[in-house]
Design a protein around this ligand. Structure first.
Ligand code: NAD
Ligand code: UDX
Length: 485
């Protein structure tokens, strides 16, 4: 018989760690072990210096670790002793071979299947927590059953899909009060085992049950739709800059339409993070495989628009600084892909800094949580060469801004709102520029100090506005009195 009081999670990352810590907290009757082949990561999970920064996480880990939450590198033991196994390993974009740059690299998820097949001593429920292409459950099931048959065994494996919707920076809250939990599967009994675990803290009507393929696909589609909103508002920000409209006002106006809703309409330097781009590219690849070329190119546009946004934003910086940033110090506030995380995977800061450095700029980064090693690792992953004479991490925002020609805000950390920008201004080169890639600062106040402010989706100051083609056209056509706008 299945023993349902032990859970093993393979993969102690941004998803496995917070998710399992939450299960351990909410279900004291269960024992949860998280295993990972990365020994350094496991050691940090077992220390006071957790491998990921996530608000609220240390408290939960502290409350449960050593009681009903364990971190270990012993994958074999984890599998043997548990009958419910989550696979929460990474599924990055393939960097070589067929589907390079688009398809999901399933080597880790496949290796989990093979490892379970190798060590499973009795029947198990295997749960895909990772984001995977549609039909991956079938692949895992085949790996498991083929090995089982070859070994002449009679164990059963029930495969479930249980994608995770948490966002970094708010993971603990998202897990505590999820909009929904999604469980896909073929056998009702197995589905109910997992549903009962979540029901310890999630209302039953928020636990959605469906078939495997709908569940797998829903995760890709959720991320694609969210990213599409960001690219849509970003595309409009470009139009706003040319016309004198303010993208914040447009977002406010359309966001009050209950069919559109107010969330995820913040124009930005571009979306980042380990999921959005990877999952859309994966969706594009799947569509192409089924010959749905128009569908594929529709979604590809979301990624293309995002790349355009990043380069257009940086292009504007270089252009404003008299077409060159060679030997100019540029202060970068924020390197993480969003606030409240130290994660730099696919952060828009990569492209911005790379373009500035290629133009000869000296980039001084201040981020409250990001480590320079992680930033350099991410550049390397993208095969971007970085000269460390041009890429410097500052210990404080003051240090980054002193003597700089421009401040560039790339992450919306709350503390950036609290700084004394007058002090920064006094020690900067003049004219002092500020580019707000998150539209988060008080631009009127900054202009009063003396900054030339470039916000997203908004003309620069009043001088810029009177030069807008829209104004010139309307004024000369006599529709507006000259000078008024
Ligand atoms: P991650 O890279 O932080 O963690 C994955 C971990 O799995 C790594 O520590 C790695 O060492 C380990 N691992 C890989 N193969 C292994 C194996 N065979 N045995 C043992 N350990 C192994 O990744 P993540 O950000 O936690 O994402 C995991 C999955 O969840 C991905 O599919 C991702 O798309 C999805 N997801 C991520 C987020 C997010 O916000 N990061 C949100 C929802 C879904
Ligand atoms: C995302 C999904 O939200 C989550 O459900 C999924 O499980 C994993 O992927 P995450 O990438 O952690 O989560 O953060 P998210 O808050 O979605 O932000 C993604 C990117 O979009 C960030 O770079 C963020 O700054 C950007 N963004 C978001 C905007 O530029 N504007 C917005 O209005 C919202």
């Amino acid at each position: 018989g299945i023993r349902l009081n032990r859970i093993c999670c393979i993969g102690a990352g941004y998803v496995g760690g917070p998710t399992m810590a939450t299960i351990a907290l909410k279900c004291p009757q269960l024992e949860v072990v998280i295993v990972d082949m990365n020994e350094d990561r496991i050691n940090r999970w077992n220390s006071d210096d957790l491998p990921i920064y996530e608000p609220g996480l240390p408290e939960v880990v502290k409350a449960c670790r050593g009681k009903n939450l364990f971190f270990s590198t012993d994958v074999k033991k984890g599998i043997e002793e548990s009958d419910i196994i989550f696979a929460s390993v990474n599924t990055p974009t393939k960097t070589q071979g067929v589907g390079k740059g688009r398809a999901a690299d399933l080597r880790y998820i496949e290796s989990v299947g093979r490892t379970i097949a190798q060590y499973a001593n009795r029947s198990k429920i295997v749960i895909e927590k990772s984001t995977v292409p549609i039909k991956t459950a079938e692949a895992i099931a085949r790996v498991l059953s083929a090995n089982e048959t070859a070994n002449g065994g009679h164990k059963n494996f029930w495969i479930l899909s249980n994608p995770e919707f948490l966002a970094e920076g708010t993971a603990m809250k998202d897990l505590d009060e999820p909009d929904r939990v999604l469980i896909g599967g073929q056998e009702q009994d197995a589905i109910m085992v997992l549903a009962d675990i979540y029901a310890n803290w999630v209302p039953r009507d928020r636990i959605l049950m469906t078939n495997l393929w709908s569940s797998e696909l829903s995760k890709l589609v959720a991320n694609a739709m969210l990213a599409q909103r960001v690219s849509s508002i970003n595309s409009i920000s470009r139009l706003c800059e040319r016309t004198g409209a303010d993208v914040k006002e447009v977002a406010r106006a359309i966001g009050t339409d209950s069919r559109i809703g107010p969330k995820f309409l913040n124009a930005s330097v571009g979306f980042g993070g380990s999921c959005f781009q990877k999952d859309i590219l994966n969706l594009v690849y799947i569509c192409q495989q089924f010959g749905l070329d128009e569908v594929a190119s529709y979604w590809q546009q979301v990624v293309d628009m995002n790349d355009h946004q990043k380069s257009a934003f940086t292009g504007k910086i270089i252009q404003s600084l008299f077409n060159t940033v060679t030997k100019k110090k540029i202060a970068i506030l924020g390197f993480a892909f969003k606030k409240d995380t130290g994660d730099v995977r696919e952060t828009p800061a990569l492209m911005v800094c790379d373009m500035l450095m290629k133009d000869g700029g000296l980039v001084y980064v201040y981020d409250p949580k990001v480590l320079i090693e992680d930033a350099l690792t991410e550049f390397k992953y993208h095969e971007i060469e970085v000269n460390t004479d041009q890429f410097i991490f500052s210990k404080s925002p003051e240090e980054a801004c002193e003597g700089a020609h421009a401040i560039v805000v790339l992450t919306e950390w709350d503390e950036f709102k609290t700084y004394d920008y007058k002090k920064f201004y006094d020690k900067m080169m003049k004219p002092a520029f500020l580019f707000d890639g998150r539209n988060m600062l008080d631009h009127a106040e900054l202009e009063k100090i003396g900054f030339e402010v470039h916000a997203l989706g908004k003309g620069t100051g009043s001088s810029q506005r009177s030069k807008s083609p829209d104004f010139v056209m309307r004024a000369s056509s006599g529709l507006l009195p000259s000078g008024g706008y």
